[in-house]
Design a protein around this ligand. Structure first.
Ligand SMILES: [Zn+2]
Length: 106
């Protein structure tokens, strides 16, 4: 059985701002700035760049990949057959980037 409720006195603070403040725990220091390699998009970009550099290093690698991963008339990839994938798929994106690296190795 619950104890009876005690009526709140007129002098009891009702708003949070009216309540006495006590020092709370020290907030943690600000986190280190998220670098490109720490973020998910940064890691993905890094993986895509690495894969593109790998394909670019293979003689004819980009062309072979783009021959297989072509845009079909319905807008999907001809090479990604397990799951219908809109073109450019990841493989085509990597191959197109590799093609640019091959043509303009900076
Ligand atoms: Zn594909």
């Amino acid at each position: 059985m619950r104890p009876p409720l005690t009526p709140v006195g007129a002098d009891a603070p009702t708003l949070r701002a009216d309540r006495p403040t006590t020092p709370g725990p020290t907030p943690p220091p600000p986190a280190a700035p998220m670098t490109d390699h720490n973020s998910a998009s940064g890691a993905r970009k890094n993986c895509i760049d690495t894969a593109a550099e790998f394909i670019a290093a293979q003689p004819g690698g980009a062309a072979r990949t783009l021959t297989r991963h072509r845009r079909r008339p319905d807008g999907r990839c001809s090479g990604c057959v397990a799951t219908p994938t809109p073109w450019p798929c990841t493989a085509a994106t990597i191959a197109r980037l590799a093609d640019r690296i091959t043509k303009d190795p900076a």
